[in-house]
Design a protein around this ligand. Structure first.
Ligand code: 5GP
Ligand code: ZN
Length: 113
C-alpha cells in the first residue's frame, strides 16, 4: 500500500499545494500547529532522514531553497520560523515519507514537547 504523501504527490488525494516542481512539493499541513504550517516534501519516496542516500543529497539543498522561498512568501523570513524533521517513533514521525515541517507566525518554545 502506498503512503499518504505519495498519494498527495500523485494528486490521488487533495491537498492545499503551495509549491511544486519536478522534485519537490509543499502543501499545508492538515492539522496546523502554527499560523504557518507547511510540509516540504521530496517527491521521491524516502522513508526518513536516515534513508537519504548520497545521490539524493541535492534534494536537501533544493528543499532549503524552497523553504527560503516559502518563508519569504509567508512573511516569516524576518520574524523567524522553525524547521522540524521528526524521525522514528520517539521523534514523533507519523508519516513515513521524509518531510520538513515549516512552522511560523508565532513564538516557538524550547525545548519542544
Ligand atoms: P510527522 O508526524 O510524520 O512529523 O508529520 C506528519 C504530518 O502530516 C502531521 O503534521 C499531519 O498533520 C500531516 N498530515 C497527515 N496526513 C495528512 C494529509 O492527508 N494531508 C495533509 N495536508 N497533511 C497530513
Ligand atoms: Zn511516499
Amino acid at each position: 500500500m502506498e503512503c499518504i504523501f505519495c498519494k498527495i504527490i500523485k494528486k490521488e488525494i487533495p491537498s492545499n499545494i503551495v509549491y511544486e516542481d519536478d522534485n519537490i512539493i509543499a502543501f499545508k499541513d492538515i492539522n496546523p500547529q502554527a499560523p504557518v504550517h507547511l510540509l516540504v516534501v521530496p517527491k521521491k519516496h524516502i522513508p526518513n532522514l536516515l534513508e537519504i542516500e548520497e545521490k539524493d543529497s541535492f534534494l536537501i539543498l533544493e528543499i532549503t531553497r524552497v523553504i527560503k522561498e516559502l518563508a519569504k512568501t509567508y512573511n516569516i523570513d524576518d520574524r523567524g520560523f522553525r524547521v522540524v524533521i521528526n524521525t522514528g517513533d520517539e521523534g514523533g514521525q507519523t508519516v513515513h515519507h521524509l518531510h520538513f515541517h515549516l512552522l511560523g507566525g508565532r513564538f516557538m518554545t524550547w525545548p519542544p514537547g
